[in-house]
Design a protein around this ligand. Structure first.
Ligand code: NI
Length: 177
């Protein structure tokens, strides 16, 4: 019996700590910066039929997961830059499922791994220089109707990268790839 919640959330849902410490932030930045290389090492030897395999029944294929990470983290990059340069800007939600079905999600995964390496490098450069007050800057998310500080955003995107990486790793273990 396959537990669909476990397939969907192999590392659990994002849990915001009661209080976000400097240690939480430092660790999230280091791990966020390392994501593209972990992702690349995980998927580099996968063959075409493996890339076309959904990570769970009815879920995205491995290829779509990789392209989704690039879609999502490009948005993250924009959201950080907006929040750092404007006062509590309203960010733009997007339909991630519809994005994952556009034709560019059929491109070779190397393209999005390259995007992720570059985006994480640029955003990582910013994250390394951010002060405590920068991490308290916020954006407004109109869908959840919440004002979100950047210290929570970096924890969330660190989780997000690991969450999707774990989708691929769990599939590879189940399939004995
Ligand atoms: Ni996602």
């Amino acid at each position: 019996m396959i537990d669909i919640e476990l397939l969907k959330y192999p590392i659990g849902k994002f849990q915001k700590p009661e209080a976000i410490t400097q240690e939480n932030i430092k660790e999230a930045i280091a791990e966020f910066k390392a994501l593209p290389k972990h992702l690349e090492a995980t998927v580099k030897d996968l063959l075409e039929p493996q890339l076309q395999t959904p990570y769970r029944p009815g879920g995205w294929t491995v290829r779509q997961v990789v392209h989704h990470l690039a879609d999502s983290h490009m948005n993250a990059y924009m959201r950080f830059k907006l929040a750092l340069t404007e006062s509590n800007p309203t960010i733009k939600p997007y339909d991630e499922a519809a994005w994952a079905n556009l034709s560019d999600s059929k491109l070779p995964i190397e393209i999005s791994i390259g995007i992720l390496k570059n985006i994480h490098f640029r955003l990582g450069t910013i994250l390394d220089e951010m002060s405590d007050s920068d991490f308290s800057k916020t954006y407004y998310h109109p869908e959840s109707q919440s004002t979100v500080p950047l210290k929570e955003v970096i924890l969330m995107y660190d989780w997000h990268g690991k969450h999707h990486l774990a989708h691929i790793q769990a599939l590879m273990i189940r399939e004995k790839w």
